[in-house]
Design a binder for this molecule. Structure first.
Ligand SMILES: N[C@@H](CCC(=O)N[C@@H](CS)C(=O)NCC(=O)O)C(=O)O
Length: 320
């Protein structure tokens, strides 16, 4: 007879550490990258909704100060930045693969989107919807940039951003037209997911995709993957799950030595994103460092000991 056993199994399964927890909010393009990747993989995942602007006390209780979105939690391990999150999801669910068709090139696309295309999409969409944005949102993003952000300047940046988007989407269009279906090849890779979510954000700002039919068809293929099986979870529950878990992945792969930073493992260090990184600094003990990844161990008040992982590229690491 199913009922009792089934209920217990379900409760246990709900709390299984290997079920990924995504800390995110609906409007975030980077979160859309990961939600669509989770859909492609057909995964079940816990969804914790984070406020769009600071303060984000529950998120920083886990990360030690990183407030950007999304963050992936696996037990007491917190993965910051979608480039690292995509790798962890690939490790959790290798099939269907999202990196193997053109390994390396996906990272190149992710980096180009991160440092260029994303900024253009944000300039375009925020400029287009600026009359609907409240002062608190603009003040929050100005603080994150460490530079002023006013409505007139945002509006004025729309034509330049539209031009930059049109030039770059024309590259994508040429690559996709008559191609195997995805930027990555016959299957989508993390480059496809990052490009898709950035263009999704431009489309939310009503960017005109009609001159780009192959890009539109490709966006539709990605949208059709859906978001997987999402289960809502409270932030307190996610913190309790971190508290009950031990950071995994130890021993971590050996660090490259000597590292160009000269920072030895065991040193107290701080790290923050180079772009939009003001007020997001995390300080902890360096427990792993190589050319791709930095991991800090933190003893937090609400979640106990956690490991917080960052990509190496795009983050400023220094002795605290
Ligand atoms: N390189 C990061 C960028 C993340 C990012 O910029 N996220 C935006 C939302 S899409 C953000 O955090 N904005 C400020 C905030 O939500 O607090 C990644 O790949 O995860």
């Amino acid at each position: 007879m199913l009922p009792t056993i089934h209920a217990t199994t379900f409760r246990k399964r709900r709390r299984n550490v290997s079920t990924p927890i995504l800390h995110h909010y609906p409007e975030s393009p980077y979160a859309e990258k990961i939600r669509t990747l989770l859909g492609y993989k057909g995964l079940r995942w816990h969804s914790v909704i984070v406020p769009r602007i600071a303060p984000k006390p529950d998120l920083v209780a886990l990360t030690g100060g990183y407030r950007k979105v999304p963050v992936l939690q696996l037990g007491a391990d917190l993965y910051c930045d979608t480039r690292l999150i995509a790798q962890e999801i690939e490790r959790l669910a290798p099939s269907p693969a999202a990196t193997t068709v053109s390994p390396g090139w996906n990272e190149v696309v992710e980096h180009w989107v991160d440092v260029n295309l994303f900024g253009q999409a944000v300039a375009y969409t925020l400029g287009a919807i600026v009359d609907h944005l409240d002062d608190a949102f603009l003040a929050d993003r100005a603080a994150l940039r460490g530079a002023p952000l006013d409505r007139a300047a945002l509006k004025a940046s729309v034509p330049m951003a539209a031009q930059a988007l049109a030039t770059q989407i024309a590259w994508i269009e040429r690559g996709l037209a008559g191609g195997p279906g995805f930027v990555n090849g016959v299957r989508p890779g993390s480059g496809d997911f990052t490009l898709y979510s950035t263009l999704w954000f431009a489309r939310n700002g009503r960017f005109d995709f009609s001159p780009f039919p192959a890009t539109q068809a490709w966006m539709e293929r990605l949208r059709a993957f859906g978001h997987g099986q999402r289960m809502d979870l409270g932030a307190d529950e996610a913190i309790a799950m971190a508290q009950a878990a031990t950071p995994a992945g130890l021993p971590l792969p050996t660090s490259d030595t000597p590292d160009p930073s000269g920072l030895p493992l065991g040193r107290t260090v701080s790290i923050r994103p180079e772009l939009l990184g003001h007020g997001t600094t995390v300080t902890g003990t360096l427990v792993h460092l190589d050319t791709q990844r930095v991991t800090l161990a933190l003893d937090t008040e609400r979640a106990g000991r956690v490991h917080v992982h960052f990509p190496r590229l795009g983050y400023r690491l220094q002795q605290a």
